[in-house]
Ligand binder design. Structure first.
Ligand SMILES: Nc1ncnc2c1ncn2[C@@H]1O[C@H](COP(=O)(O)OP(=O)(O)O)[C@@H](O)[C@H]1O
Ligand SMILES: [Mg+2]
Length: 290
């Protein structure tokens, strides 16, 4: 089996358009071998969410995604009872035995399943993406622990529901708050950062194949210069790709001062950042390309 090694996982991710570095390939391999969730942390736009999507494509498993947000609760993440349906059942069973009705309405057909429950109860193995977990609170993290260590969920009225198939679980965090030790302990940890010049160039060439190699290298070098400044929002890989596509559409083959000034809003998106970048990077570029 090609996937049965770190190199195999790396190449099957590359086949579906994700260029993983060694640590990312290793963790993806271990997650499948050890059956442990992956916690991916790092700045915005470095490929955290995309890693989960790529794992779904490369393994052929459906992706079940839970997008986290402030105030997300169990009812929206796991399951809730379908009150309307329960009520109808109670009304229909008015003349019947109340014990029977009660037993009935807390059966699985009265559950509304949300992403976590869907992943657990899916008859085919899935990739479960719990995206931007740092947007929720510690209470929510605590609720996840049972799922992450035992792949099971406890419903008071029904008991434990265990996963029928083992999901590959990927949690992502933009590092906006410290996650709990309890959560980290249960996961394989991966810190994703901006890639080096070579890998970012390959990523850009993969997503914008019309750009020539030399221009792609130049672009990535300029991006690195911009990232080295103390910006509010440094350009991510997504912005490198957008910029590459923009340069192709502009029909330029070098990044001179004018090209940079005309297109820098693709990579820098804060008023204060724009001034700084124009001065510190723009002015260093050649006045006009030959
Ligand atoms: N290693 C990679 N290989 C290929 N494309 C990548 C890679 N990392 C990032 N990308 C590209 O960058 C974009 C942004 O990545 P994303 O996963 O949304 O970032 P994050 O979730 O870390 O904020 C993706 O849509 C993808 O096109
Ligand atoms: Mg993301």
């Amino acid at each position: 089996m090609p996937d049965d090694s770190v190199a195999g996982v790396k190449s099957s991710l590359a086949e579906v358009g994700y260029l993983a570095d060694e640590p990312a390939a290793l963790v993806s391999y271990l997650a499948q071998k050890l059956g442990k969730p992956i916690l991916v942390e790092g700045p915005a736009g470095v490929g955290k969410t995309e890693l989960a999507k790529a794992l779904s494509r490369s393994t052929g498993r459906p992706l079940v995604r839970l997008q986290c947000y402030e105030g997300l609760d169990e009812a929206k993440a796991m399951y809730e009872w379908n009150y309307r349906k329960q009520l109808l059942r109670i009304q229909a069973g008015n003349e019947g035995d109340w014990d029977d009705v009660q037993e009935d309405i807390f059966g699985t057909e009265f559950l509304l399943t949300r992403p976590l429950m869907q992943a657990i109860s899916s008859p085919e193995p899935v990739v479960l993406l719990i995206d931007e977990i740092d947007k929720t609170d510690q209470e929510f993290e605590a609720m996840l622990l049972e799922l992450l260590s035992d792949f099971q969920i406890t419903i008071p009225e029904l008991g434990q529901i265990s996963a029928t198939t083992m999901p590959i679980v990927v949690l992502t965090s933009n590092d906006s708050r410290e996650l709990t030790e309890a959560l980290k302990r249960r996961c394989l940890y991966l810190w994703l950062d901006y890639p080096g010049i070579e890998r970012e160039m390959e990523i850009v060439l993969l997503h914008a194949p019309e750009i020539n190699r030399e221009l792609a290298r130049r672009l990535v070098e300029v991006i690195e210069m911009v990232r080295a400044l103390d910006l509010k929002k440094p350009p991510s890989i997504a912005e490198s790709i957008d910029w590459a596509r923009t340069l192709v559409l502009m029909g330029v083959d070098d990044i001179d001062r004018e090209t940079f000034a005309n297109s820098m809003s693709i990579i820098v998106k804060h008023r204060t950042d724009i001034d700084l970048v124009a001065e510190r990077v723009g002015l260093k570029l050649p006045e006009r390309s030959a």
